[in-house]
Design a protein around this ligand. Structure first.
Ligand SMILES: Nc1ncnc2c1ncn2[C@@H]1O[C@H](COP(=O)(O)OP(=O)(O)OP(=O)(O)O)[C@@H](O)[C@H]1O
Length: 152
């Protein structure tokens, strides 16, 4: 493996702990907005029950309406002890931020503050297929949606 060092990188003594390779690399550019936790907290009523739209295996999902009138779905990822490093996480955000397809919900923003991580997506007004069949996931007393015809 060939490692190159940038000017200004301190030379390590043989006794110092070797840094992880990934901590030396900057994440690739992210093509969506960096969102402020303070604003998202305010727009979701402190991630309260009124803003909750669902729950998946990675955490709860909230709906926020921004000052420009746009609706934004926020996935608030559960923090685990085995959380990816910020660089690993931001690398994945960068990859997803570049996925653009008419059949994919577009990522619109992200937020990383301390161990809080949020991903912002377009709002799918009908929710997921799961929401339509058995009813909204993670929402108490959720009702199943109307039957779908073959074209839907
Ligand atoms: N972009 C969205 N627009 C509208 N509702 C959404 C959106 N994303 C998620 N939801 C709601 O939040 C729920 C949980 O979504 P999430 O993507 O976190 O998990 P999932 O993929 O449904 O389930 P799992 O993570 O367990 O596989 C969905 O079932 C849906 O009700």
């Amino acid at each position: 493996m060939i490692l190159s060092f940038c000017p200004g990188t301190p030379i390590l003594s043989k006794y110092s702990a070797a840094p992880k390779i990934e901590s030396l690399m900057a994440p690739p550019p992210i093509e969506v907005l960096a969102l402020l936790l303070l604003e998202l907290t305010e727009k979701t009523d402190n991630f309260g029950p009124k803003s909750l739209v669902g729950e998946g295996s990675y955490g709860r999902v909230y709906l926020a309406e921004l000052d420009n009138g746009k609706q934004l779905v926020l996935k608030k990822l559960d923090s685990t002890s085995e959380q990816d490093t910020d660089t690993e996480f931001l690398t994945q955000v960068a990859l997803v931020s570049r996925l653009k397809h008419e059949n994919l919900l577009q990522m619109l923003g992200y937020c990383v503050e301390g161990n809080i991580r949020l991903l912002g997506f377009e709002f799918a007004t009908m929710g997921s297929l799961h929401d339509i069949l058995p009813g909204r996931k993670g929402v108490q007393e959720a009702q199943a949606g109307p039957p779908l015809d073959w074209m839907q």
